[in-house]
Structure formats: C-alpha cells, structure tokens
Design a protein around this ligand. Structure first.
Ligand code: ATP
Length: 336
C-alpha cells in the first residue's frame, strides 16, 4: 500500500502556480526525494503534504486516509524543516524528547531513545545546552533528532542537512538512510542537492516549474534521462550536449564516456581547463564555441591550450529532439 498518495495536486499563490497538477505515491518503507532547482515547488509540495498549506486543487492521502482537509497534527507524520523550530528555553535533551513527553512515553524509554538518537546525530556532549549556545548545524541536528526519536512511520524532511559542513553532511546522509531502512520509515525528503538525491533515494522525483519532470530510480534518471533538463540536472559535471548536425536536436554524452587523445578523435578542439580531483581529472575542451567536459581517470598530462581529440562509443549517446525530449528511435551522427 502506498503510505503517501498525492493526486492532481496544485497550489497557486495569486496568479503563480507553485505546484501544478502533481501526482505521485510513496510506498511503505520507501525513501523518495523531491529534487529540483530553487523555486520549482518542492518545498510547497512537502508543506501541502504536511498540512501547513492548503492545496488549491487535488487530494492527499496518508496511510490510506484522505487528509486533504486534516490539520498537521492529525496526519501522523514527523517533519524536519530547514528553519528548525527549537524551543529556546529548553535544553537540547528536553527539546529532543518534547514530543515523546507530550505523547506520554515513559521516562525510562524516553531516556533510552534520547541516548541512542543523540549518539546518532552527534549531540551527546551538548544535551545540557540551550539552543542559543549551539551552532546552526547543531540546532539543525536537534530538529533532526526530534523527528528521528518520534519513530513515526512517515517522515517529511526539507533540506535537513543544508547547514552542516561537508563531512558531517556526508555522515548524516549515511545515518539517515541507515536509520530509515532499519526502522522501515517512509521518507519524503526535499533537496536541491543531486548528490543527496542520488545517494539516499530509492526513487527521485525531479521537479521543474511546479511539475514533475521525471520520476524514477537514481539510475533511471542518470542512465535514461527523459529530457535535457534531467540530463543537465542529474550528474556532475552535467551531461555534454552537441548539436545534431541536421539541427533536429541534440546529442548528449556523459563526461566519463568521452576519451581524450592528443590528435584524432571524432571532434578536435583545444584544452580550455584542467581540474585535478585526485581519483580523476576533468578536462574542459573548447569545440566550436562549446565547452565539453571529459572525465579521465587519475591525472592528465594535457595542458591548457593543447589540441585535444574527443572520442566516444555510439552506445554512449543520448539523443534528444528539438524540444529537449528523449528520442526513442536513435539516429547516428558523424561530426566533423
Ligand atoms: P527552494 O529550494 O528555493 O526552497 P522550492 O523548489 O522548494 O525552492 P517553493 O518554496 O516550493 O520552491 O516555491 C515555489 C514557488 O512558489 C516559488 O516561485 C516561490 O516564490 C513561490 N512561493 C512559495 N511560497 C509562497 C508564498 N507563501 N507566497 C507566494 N509565493 C510563494
């Protein structure tokens, strides 16, 4: 059964449709990420599901019950939002267990759960502090701990890791995913960070201008992007695009599918930049006014200004039509 089902959901703010006819489901125990650029409507979608906004049209059900008109407290969910609402007058421990106290969970169980959750989010040394004595990242972890400790089967998170440094963000990605799987939580998670989406999600729903652009597994979006928008948004560096020679669309090639030689190749250009990343190197090549990026293993001997030939296998090509939609019938092109 789907734990969350959203059908034909729309939300207008004045004339602007922030969410425009969105439908999807999240199955029990599934981790689904709403991904997309700033302003695409992902937070509004989450707030509608949380009951913090009322939809203009459409329906929402949670645990098989229509909650479209229900208040947030009637929806049986936990939430973590970017603007972490912590109580300033309570210490960290009380902030974390507050919801359990309200629900009448016994003291012994509260303390046991607190110890476990504080350890997971790395707040054990800070339990006696007030929120004012914490950094932004630590406050965010208090909000995260509060959602985790509630052990509600459905959890909504909106950019919960945005204030953490890179190392902690990585650790928390792994922790949240591990915890979600262990507890069998159903998770709907909003982020604009494609690395979070790719590494954590069972399924990614990519949004653009209030609509769903593509809904699939991380591998679906990476390997078979349905549009050039998806192909650009998912993957680092973004997919390279070259015009189809007959100007009927574009051909996309991932950086790791391009190989570089000093001469020859299917396209000849000039090295514009070299970025050494340790395990691999990104080489940017200027070709007819376009910059194409190749990812080569280890270091590269090439220097800026060197001639560079680019090659790839036909099978690595992604073909898109003039509207940016994936072509199903694949045509082969030769570039001069
Ligand atoms: P971000 O990653 O920047 O938070 P988002 O994808 O979550 O972006 P939303 O916050 O859902 O985007 O906003 C979608 C659109 O709706 C934006 O154009 C935003 O300006 C608009 N919007 C959101 N909330 C309101 C509001 N309360 N009143 C008017 N417009 C709003």
């Amino acid at each position: 059964m789907s734990e969350i089902a959203v059908s034909n959901l729309s939300k207008a703010f004045g004339p602007h449709k922030a969410v425009d006819d969105v439908s999807f489901t999240v199955a029990s125990g599934e981790f689904v990420v709403l991904l997309g650029p700033s302003g695409c409507g992902k937070s509004t979608t989450l707030r509608l599901i949380a009951g913090l906004e009322q939809p203009s049209t459409g329906a929402i059900s949670i645990h098989g019950r229509d909650v479209t008109q229900a208040g947030p407290s009637q929806r049986q969910i936990s939430m973590v939002f970017q603007s972490y609402a912590v109580f300033p007058h309570l210490d960290v421990a009380r902030n974390i267990v507050f919801g359990l106290e309200v629900r009448g969970v016994g003291k012994q169980e509260r303390l046991a759960r607190l110890a476990r959750v504080a350890d997971i989010v790395g707040l054990t040394p800070y339990l006696a502090r007030r929120p004012a004595e914490l950094s932004g990242g630590q406050r965010q972890r208090v909000a995260l701990a509060r959602a985790i400790i509630s052990e509600r089967p459905v959890c909504l998170m909106d950019e919960p890791l945005s204030n953490l440094d890179a190392k902690l963000r990585h650790e928390m990605r792994v922790e949240i995913r591990e915890l979600q799987q262990r507890l069998g939580m159903t998770m709907l998670y909003v982020t604009h960070d494609q690395i979070e989406a790719m590494t954590m999600a069972d399924r990614v729903i990519l949004m653009k201008d209030g609509r769903i652009e593509q809904d699939g597994t991380p591998a679906d979006l990476y390997v078979r992007p349905r549009t050039t928008f998806t192909a650009r948004f998912v993957g680092l560096p973004p997919m390279n695009f070259i015009p189809a020679p007959d100007e009927t669309g574009t051909v996309g090639i991932r950086a790791e599918d391009l190989s570089i030689t000093a001469s020859g190749g299917r396209l000849s250009g000039t090295v514009a930049a070299i970025e050494y990343l340790g395990a691999d190197t990104r080489v940017s090549v200027d070709w007819q006014g376009l910059t194409l990026v190749a990812r080569v293993p280890g270091a590269s001997r090439l220097k800026r200004g060197d001639p560079a030939g680019l090659s790839w296998d036909d099978a690595a090509e992604h073909h898109f039509d003039i509207r940016g939609e994936r072509r199903h019938a694949v045509r082969r092109f030769e570039h001069a």
